[in-house]
Design a protein around this ligand. Sequence first.
Ligand code: CMC
Length: 377
Amino acid sequence: MPSPTEEVQRGLQDVVALESHLCFIDGKEGRLIYEGYDIRDLAAHSSFEETAYLLWYGRLPTSDQLAALRHRLTELRTLPDAMVARLDAMPSTAAPIDVLRTAVSELSLFEPDESRPGASSIGGAQRLTAALPSILGQFHRRRAGLPPLESRPALSHAAYLLYALLNREPTELESRAMDVALILHADHELNASTFAARVTASTLSDLYSAVTSAVGTLKGPLHGGANERVMELLDEIGAPDRAEEVVKAKLARHERIMGFGHRVYKVEDPRATILREWSRRIGEAKGDLHYYELLRVVERVVHQEKGLYPNVDLYSGSVYSLMGIPHDLFTPVFAASRVAGWTAHVLEEYQDLRLIRPTAKYIGPVDLPYVPIASRV
Ligand code: CMC
């Protein structure tokens, strides 16, 4: 038995579980690095496709390599007919994140070779990344009574995701805003869903099973589900002059304000800094700064009362909402980006595999006498 003096790291806080070359978070300086590149440079100059290439192959692509990846992702947008039929059979009242989790698992049934662990998993990574917008579009269009999805090969990954969900081709500004959001969400070191993916992969299970674990983990409101809850808060507040009162009342009741705080960042999450600016830009373009102005007040009050800084989930919802994306699709959009990171981590896990299996400190009794059922009270 473990000694009772062994220290338990609740929530595995500060435990270094593995080595990775994918992503570095400097929580004190508020920096985020993918494969050596600062997220601010990637958000300013890169695209989601280029960022996904960087995560999967460990280097930035040449223009030919990027063109080939774009072409491949476009080809893979089309779902197998049987998968479309499965999506059409799902209840239209289901939460899109649940549909996504189920669909990722089901997609593996139609991709038996790609779903095996090993070298072919890069193909599965691309397949899944290309398929997620189509899965979401197929489900959302049917429930909303919109026309069927087309593959629109001329559209970038970000523009296609918007087209799939909105049934219109986005403006250049909207496409760029989505591209930046996808870049910013693509990876984040050993966050809960990535860890879940790596735990699954570490048993030598397949990529699709790992991503299914990850989607189920992302769903929780303490992780990717926070962006939807932020919008619920804004709707509850209504007008900026009510923000202070509503937020203070919640804090007095010890409620968490979604979109604030982080396990690693002790300063502002650099993704929040970039998305704040995009919230303002999209708000100005739409002539609607309501959410932006509300969020600024909420930010001020939460910092003043609790000393907490915004995280990536604070401003993303306002950007998506202004483009017309329904709130229950925000976490699935997060997944449509993070799938690049999840799959990159699974590939890395396969390269340096070690079963992830920590230990629990037992705090229950031992040596209890077994009581036959007839004698129990
Ligand atoms: N609102 C109010 N109080 C908070 C918040 C918050 N958002 N975040 C932390 N605190 C308080 C918490 O109540 C605790 O106070 P006390 O010591 O008085 O009990 C203290 O700060 C430390 O909290 P913790 O839960 O021990 O810290 P953690 O490192 O486990 O929490 C977190 C990280 C993200 C779970 C937490 O900050 C949180 O619940 N935030 C809201 C949910 C959210 O926005 N999640 C998105 C995270 S970023 C994107 C992602 O990874 O998906």
